[in-house]
Design a protein around this ligand. Structure first.
Ligand SMILES: Cc1cc2nc3c(=O)[nH]c(=O)nc-3n(C[C@H](O)[C@H](O)[C@H](O)COP(=O)(O)OP(=O)(O)OC[C@H]3O[C@@H](n4cnc5c(N)ncnc54)[C@H](O)[C@@H]3O)c2cc1C
Length: 469
C-alpha cells in the first residue's frame, strides 16, 4: 500500500517543487523589473535637484577629457562606458606584440574620476539615444539628460566582408590585442612543432593588411620580436626567418603623412626586414592565407588594419551620418536641431575646418572633449557656445627601436629623434602615474635587453584542438 502511494507522493513533490521554482523565478523577474524601475525613477528624481545633468557616453580620449573638465562644477555628470577602464589605444600594438601587459595601458575610469565628486560612473552599453525625449537608453536603464556628449569612437570596417573579422582580427580593444598576441605567439609554437615544411613556412608568414599607423606599428613590432626577442628561444625554427608582409592599397604607406615621411617609414621597415607591398589590395582571405592580386600568400596570422566604422550609437541620433557612420556635426560640435547634443572624437565628422573630416587621432578627440565641456558650461552660464577649431601639433608613428617618423608641422623627423619624440609624448599622455612609471621601466628594460616580458598565450591551446563534444 505504502509502496503504491510512493510514486504519487514523489509526483506531488516534483509538481510542488516545479511550482515553487516557477514562483521563485516569477518573484525574481518582478523584483528585477522593480529594481530597474527604481533605478530609473531614482535618476529622474535626481534630475529635479535643480542641477543640470550632463551625460557623457564613452570614457575614451574625448569623453574622459570632457568629464575631467566638469570636475567640481555645480552640476551632475554621468559617464557611461561599456568597459570599466580608459584604454590608451596608441599602445595597443605593444600588448599585441607582448611588450606590455593589458593593465599597463588601461586605467579604471572610476579611479581616474574618483576625485570629481559630482561625476558618477555607470558601467553599461548604450543602445540608443532618444534626442527628442532627451534620454540615453541602455539594456536596463533610461537616463534623462539636459546635455549630452557622445564619444563612443569607432570599430573596424571590413568593407562588407564581415566574415574576414574572425580570420584577420583588427586592433581596437584590449581583447583584440590579447587575441593577436595569442595568435602571433601560437604561430611560432606551431612552426616549432610541425614537421610539414609548407605548414611551417605558412606559420611564419605574418600578413598585415593596411599601411596606416597601426599597420606600420604592427609590422615593425612583429619584425622586431621575431628578429631579436624570440631569436634564441626555439630549437627547431629560426624565428628571425619569419616573413612580415605589409599590404597597402594606396601608392604609399601612411597616406595622411607628408610623402617624405611615408618614404622614410618604408625604408625603416625594409631595414627591419618587412616586405612592403603598396598599390595592391587583399581580394580574399581564407584560413589558409591571403590573396593579393595574382599571388596567394599562405599564412596563419593575418591582421586587419585597413578600415574604420564609427560606433553604431551615432546612427540612433537620427541626424545625417557619413559613409563610415560618423555623425556630421555643426561648427560648434552640436548636431542639427539639438544644441544640447554634442558629438566628438572618432564618432564625429567635422568638415568645417579643412573641407575634409578631421583625422581620427587622440588630439582631435581630446581637444573636442575639452571644447564640448566648455560649451556646455557656457550655455549653463548664459553665454554663447563657441565654434571648434583644431590646433594641429602634428602626428607621429613608431616603427621599432630607434625607428619612427614624426610630422611636427615645423619640422619632419625620422629615425632616433622621431622615436625619442614619440616616447616622450606617449609617456606624457599615458593616463595614470603608476602606468607611466611601469611602462617607462618596461621600455627601458626592453631597450637594454631586447626582452619582451608579456609573452603569454592566455587561452587553453589544448582545448582548441579537442573535437567538439
Ligand atoms: C591601434 C590604434 C593605435 C592608435 N594610435 C594612435 C596614435 O599613435 N596617435 C593618436 O593620436 N591616435 C591614435 N589612435 C587613434 C585614437 O586612439 C583615437 O582617435 C581616439 O581613441 C578617439 O577617441 P574617442 O574618445 O573618440 O574614442 P575612444 O578613445 O575609442 O573611446 C570610445 C569609448 O566609448 C566606449 N563605448 C563605445 N561604444 C559604447 C557604447 N555603445 N556604450 C558605452 N560605451 C561605449 C568605449 O568602451 C571607449 O571607452 C590609435 C587607435 C588605434 C585603434
Amino acid at each position: 500500500m505504502t509502496n503504491c502511494l510512493l510514486p504519487q507522493l514523489a509526483f506531488h513533490r516534483m509538481e510542488s517543487a516545479g511550482a515553487e521554482r516557477h514562483r521563485r523565478e516569477a518573484r525574481e523577474v518582478s523584483e528585477w523589473r522593480e529594481r530597474i524601475k527604481r533605478s530609473t525613477i531614482f535618476r529622474m528624481e535626481n534630475a529635479f535637484t535643480g542641477k543640470p545633468h550632463v551625460i557623457i557616453v564613452g570614457a575614451g580620449f574625448g569623453g574622459l577629457e570632457a568629464a575631467k573638465h566638469f570636475a567640481c562644477e555645480n552640476m551632475r555628470v554621468t559617464v557611461i562606458d561599456r568597459t570599466n577602464y580608459h584604454l590608451f589605444q596608441p599602445l595597443l600594438y605593444q600588448v599585441a606584440t607582448a611588450a606590455l601587459s593589458p593593465a599597463d595601458i588601461a586605467a579604471p575610469v572610476r579611479a581616474v574620476l574618483s576625485k570629481c565628486r559630482n561625476v558618477e560612473v555607470i558601467l553599461a552599453e548604450v543602445q540608443s539615444v532618444d534626442v527628442d525625449a532627451k534620454k540615453v537608453k541602455t539594456v536596463d536603464l533610461e537616463i534623462d539628460y539636459d546635455y549630452l556628449i557622445l564619444a563612443t569612437g569607432a570599430r573596424h570596417s571590413y568593407f562588407g566582408h564581415n566574415e574576414w573579422e574572425k580570420l584577420a582580427p583588427g586592433l581596437k580593444s584590449l581583447e583584440d590585442a590579447v587575441e593577436l598576441r595569442r595568435r602571433i605567439l601560437l604561430a611560432f609554437e606551431y612552426a616549432e612543432k610541425t614537421t610539414d615544411e609548407s605548414a611551417r613556412r605558412a606559420a611564419m608568414n605574418f600578413v598585415i593588411i593596411g599601411g596606416g599607423p597601426t599597420g606600420v606599428e604592427m609590422a615593425g613590432a612583429i619584425a622586431e620580436i621575431s628578429r631579436y626577442t624570440l631569436a634564441k628561444d626555439f630549437r627547431h625554427i629560426n624565428p628571425s626567418e619569419a616573413r612580415v608582409i605589409l599590404i597597402e592599397g594606396e601608392p604609399r604607406l601612411l597616406a595622411a603623412y607628408p610623402p617624405d615621411l611615408s618614404e622614410s617609414a618604408r625604408k625603416q621597415l625594409v631595414e627591419l626586414g618587412v616586405e612592403v607591398r603598396t598599390s595592391i589590395r587583399a581580394t580574399n582571405l581564407t584560413e589558409a592565407g591571403v590573396q593579393i592580386g595574382d599571388e596567394f600568400i599562405p599564412c596563419r596570422v593575418k591582421i586587419w588594419a585597413a578600415g574604420n566604422n564609427a560606433s553604431f550609437v551615432g546612427k540612433t541620433l537620427g541626424t545625417p551620418v557619413d559613409r563610415v557612420g560618423r555623425v556630421v556635426v555643426n561648427d560648434d560640435l552640436t548636431i542639427p536641431g539639438h544644441p544640447e547634443v554634442q558629438v566628438i572624437g572618432d564618432l564625429a565628422n567635422f568638415p568645417q575646418q579643412t573641407g575634409e573630416p578631421l583625422p581620427g587621432i587622440s588630439p582631435v578627440a581630446m581637444q573636442q572633449g575639452r571644447h564640448a565641456a566648455r560649451n556646455v558650461l557656457a550655455i549653463i552660464k548664459g553665454r554663447k557656445p563657441q565654434r571648434f577649431r583644431y590646433r594641429d601639433k602634428g602626428t607621429m608613428a613608431t616603427i621599432g627601436r630607434n625607428k619612427a617618423v614624426a610630422d611636427l608641422k615645423f619640422i619632419h623627423l625620422s629615425g632616433l629623434p622621431a622615436w625619442l619624440a614619440w616616447l616622450f609624448v606617449h609617456i606624457v599622455f599615458l593616463v595614470g602615474f603608476r602606468n607611466r612609471l611601469l611602462v617607462l621601466f618596461q621600455w627601458a628594460w626592453a631597450y637594454l635587453t631586447f626582452d619582451k616580458g608579456a609573452r603569454l598565450i592566455t587561452r587553453n591551446f589544448q582545448s582548441e584542438q579537442r573535437p567538439a563534444a
